[in-house]
Design a binder for this molecule. Structure first.
Ligand SMILES: Cc1ncc(COP(=O)(O)O)c(C=O)c1O
Length: 479
């Protein structure tokens, strides 16, 4: 009996040969025509199902295991957000429709308008552009806005100041925007060194880009002093808000003087970050930057939503249409679902979970900045290194214990860095299991370091030469 799969293959052949017979066959030289039937793989439906189910089982995901990948906020996202965002009414919509017939897409425009309004409320900024497709794209947009602001004022600015605890994309974005970077080291407590900042800042500084909480998982203690200093030189304050998961409902960057912020909807608001999938790095601005925002923006006029292309000194569009609508939609549903209280709880539990783990394991590892952390924290494997165990070995051992490795060797300012972000969606039981494994790793590193260095031993592919794997990428494997 033929399976559905076989029939569908035959069906395809029929369609293809039918078209060729009728229209094109006479034009093709005889010598190029196929003499016998094309030999397509003939496999049963069951074989296909088994193949793909087994492949999917090799996947590591938040749905199956704990995923404390620092800096990525790999939390569990409610399935209802996916489900609602996948409704046909949204999926089948052509973005051009909003350009030619605003009346037929009022609902969609309203969602974009409302998510912008909600994000302004959350961040304390005056206006939001939903265009940027990722955090780094938001940063570049922010830097272009900075440049437009200074140009309009006739300022001659050449530099952007960035602490070395900022995310690595910050200096890259500043450089792409045409600025040179002045890097400021952190002090002994992990804050930007304000004394060095005071020496370096000058009239030619266009802005200061700060990641808050920083990549060390710490809240910047001197933030107010830094903002005052920047504004004295008409330098703009940029808030890298990709780590918003730590401060929801606790701090509104716009209210303490930040001029530009980007946030990663694909970390905090119901779209995962680590999968390399679609993202949204929306950018919020204070009143003095509003006139430079990208076009179009969604506005409300006489109870109707429309696209406005008329922003006085707009830097132009930085993406097609209004960005990744599906990601905006999921964020909108998530915010409505959780409400104000729920969002505040997200941050409180995210910070609590990180501090719980830190308190339990800090005597076993080196902690470079021994402070209360925010939603994530950074350890160093320096202690374990005395027995030859590196951060990468610990990461590999965790895989054997069905835990996704934390981020390792980032941030660069910490030797043998291990960056752990548990997120708010994990239970105390999961955190305790992780704590036990981390303590066990520290103990084994003392007595039998080779055991850790050999890991992973339970994965389909064992230890790979990572540099070679990156340089000689082989996308097929014979598992
Ligand atoms: C603090 C910070 N800034 C910027 C980014 C860059 O975001 P994206 O990867 O979406 O470009 C990230 C990514 O995780 C981040 O953690």
């Amino acid at each position: 009996m033929k399976t559905i799969f076989e029939n569908s293959i035959k069906g395809r052949k029929g369609v293809i040969s039918g078209e060729v017979n009728n229209d094109l066959i006479k034009k093709i030289d005889e010598k190029f025509l196929r003499k016998e039937e094309l030999s397509l793989p003939e496999v049963s439906e069951l074989d296909v199902i088994r193949h793909y189910i087994n492949l999917s089982k090799l996947n590591f995901s938040v749905d199956t295991e704990f995923y404390p990948l620092g800096s990525c906020t790999m939390k569990y996202n409610p399935k209802v957000c996916e489900k609602l965002a996948s409704r046909e009414e949204f999926l089948n919509l052509h973005p051009f429709l909003s350009y030619i017939d605003e009346d037929s897409v009022q609902g969609v425009l309203e969602i974009i308008y409302e998510i912008s309004r909600l994000l302004c409320e959350i961040t304390g900024m005056k206006k939001i552009t939903t265009q940027p497709y990722a955090g780094a794209h938001g940063e570049l947009t922010g830097v272009l806005l900075m440049a437009a602001y200074h140009k309009a004022k006739g300022n001659n600015k050449k530099y952007i100041i960035i602490p070395d605890s900022a995310h690595g994309t910050n200096p890259a974005s500043a450089a792409m925007g045409g600025y040179s970077i002045i890097s400021i080291p952190v002090d002994k407590d992990g804050n930007m060194d304000v004394n060095i900042l005071k020496e370096k800042i000058n009239e030619e500084v266009a802005g200061i880009m700060m990641t808050v909480p920083s990549t060390l998982g710490l809240f910047e203690k001197n933030i107010k002093e830094i903002i005052e200093l920047a504004h004295k030189y008409d330098a703009l304050m940029y808030y890298d808000g990709a780590n918003l998961n730590a401060i929801l409902g606790k701090l509104k960057p716009g209210e303490i003087g930040f001029d530009i912020i980007h946030i990663n909807l694909h970390k905090t608001f119901s779209t995962p970050h680590g999968g390399g999938g679609p993202g949204s790095g929306v950018v919020g601005v204070s009143g003095k930057i509003m006139d430079f925002l990208p076009v179009p923006e969604v506005i409300k006029e006489n109870e109707k939503f429309k696209l406005n292309f008329n922003i006085k000194n707009s830097i132009g569009s930085v993406a097609s249409f209004y960005g990744n609508f599906q990601v905006l939609l999921k964020a909108f549903i998530y915010i409505i679902l959780l409400g104000k209280k729920g969002l505040i709880k997200v941050s409180e539990v995210a910070v609590l979970n990180a501090n719980y783990i830190l308190a339990k394991i800090k005597s076993y590892y080196d902690v470079p900045y021994n402070r209360i952390c925010m939603h994530e924290f950074v350890l160093s494997a320096r202690k374990q290194l005395k027995n030859g165990v590196h951060a990468i070995d610990i990461a590999k051992y965790l895989i054997d214990n069905k835990i996704h490795p934390p981020t390792v060797y980032f941030p660069l300012v910490v030797e043998e860095a291990i960056m752990i972000e548990p997120t708010e969606t994990e239970s105390k039981q999961t955190l305790d299991e992780f704590i036990d494994i981390m303590i066990k790793i520290a103990e084994i590193s003392e007595k039998e370091p080779e055991k850790i260095k050999q890991a992973p031993l339970k994965t389909p592919i064992l230890r790979v030469d990572e540099a070679k794997a990156a340089r000689e990428l082989k996308l097929k494997c014979d598992i």
